[in-house]
Write a protein that binds this ligand. Structure first.
Ligand code: VTB
Length: 345
């Protein structure tokens, strides 16, 4: 699977990032997202696969493209069956976020990316559009830190695992009212807090790499993106745990249903009978093969953003694979149009 798809999924995220980057700083977050969705889908539909979106832009009714359940890949093309044996196409489940951090793109802020994760059919947790409490940490702390422990305890464990004083550790937290107590606790424990306005996928993955100066991600973000972060951490052996948040009292954004009981019922209808279950990376991305791909839209801790120049664009992407145990940074020059040829008369 990796051999056939590794390069292609890089192109998928690259195309989404380039499209979105053209809207960087324009204050139009919906357009920055929409063009990324279109570009991602267009490139995806050229891949020789029978793909299924398990995490996407939402339910079919409110998302015209890359909606949950949408079939993607070459099999969707008109006349596909005239050229391909559709039964032989590999079946793949895909989680996408074509523009992770739409506000970051709209306001020209660092840290936005086009991201996706793939696995064989059934290999990714189809998370509901709820919130998720998350804990991400470097591979050295995998299975040692625990989302059920306090931030203070986890920082002590993290310091031991990384053989660093707590004072050197940096924890990324999204700047939200729901995190006021968490931020206070991290600071009191002696660690340093890096507040971000959006984009916790990049922050989670940054924990997996030494030298990013990010040692943990704590707090509550969106659940679907939690699965994409988990896939990346699963593939590179980092720590990731997530717990669904279904109580509107905890996250007062109005984005999850107003009634706690109705939310629990909705989870039940999705076969989630224990709403408080803590999922680890292997449960959120359980497939035998798990690949993650991301491409910087605006520059961040992990990757450069898209840089346009006369005649093209340059991108930086990252592919992580649990098959080859690699995290590959890919620097690409995209040449648009024909090179200028000097006419000899
Ligand atoms: C966003 C986004 C994050 O979570 O903030 C979202 O920037 C949900 O939180 O990257 P709010 O509703 O409080 O904004 C993420 O999408 C991903 O988890």
């Amino acid at each position: 699977m990796e051999n056939t798809l590794g390069l292609e999924i890089i192109e998928v995220v690259e195309q989404a990032a380039i499209a979105s980057a053209r809207w960087m700083g324009k204050g139009e977050k919906n357009i920055a997202d929409q063009v990324a969705v279109e570009a991602m889908r267009e490139r995806m539909n050229k891949i020789h696969m029978r793909g299924r979106i398990v995490i996407g832009e939402g339910e079919r009714d409110d998302a015209p493209m890359l909606y949950i359940g949408e079939e993607v890949g070459i099999c969707t093309q008109p006349n596909a069956k005239d050229f391909h044996n559709l039964d032989e196409l590999i079946e793949i489940d895909i989680a996408v976020d074509p523009c992770e951090g739409t506000n970051l793109v709209a306001y020209g802020q660092p840290g936005s990316m086009a991201v996706l994760a793939i696995s064989e059919k059934g290999g990714l947790f189809a998370a509901p559009d709820f919130y998720m409490k998350k804990l991400a940490a470097p591979p050295a702390a995998k299975g040692k830190v625990d989302i059920n422990k306090s931030a203070t305890e986890n920082l002590k464990i993290l310091a031991e695992c990384l053989e660093q004083p707590i004072e050197e550790l940096v924890v990324v937290v999204m700047k939200r009212d729901r995190h006021i107590d968490l931020i206070k606790e991290i600071r009191e424990a002696g660690a340093r807090v890096s507040l971000i306005s959006d984009g916790d996928v990049g922050a989670a993955i940054s924990c997996g790499f030494a030298g990013t100066n990010i040692h943990a991600l704590m707090g509550i973000g969106a659940a679907p993106e939690g699965v994409i972060s988990a896939a990346a951490m699963r593939a590179m052996g980092g720590h990731f745990q997530g717990q669904l948040i279904y109580d509107p009292e905890v996250v007062k954004t109005g984005l999850i249903g107003e009634s706690k009981q109705a939310n629990i019922d909705r989870l039940k209808s999705m076969n989630i009978t224990d709403p408080d279950k803590v999922y680890d990376a292997h449960e959120l991305a359980s497939g035998k093969t798990v690949l993650f791909a991301g491409c910087g839209i605006t520059s961040g801790n992990l990757m450069e953003g898209v840089r346009f120049f006369s005649g093209g664009a340059r991108t930086q992407s990252l592919v992580i694979s649990n098959q080859s145990n690699t995290a590959r940074f890919v620097d690409t020059i995209h040449m648009s149009g024909q090179p200028k040829v000097v006419q000899l008369h």
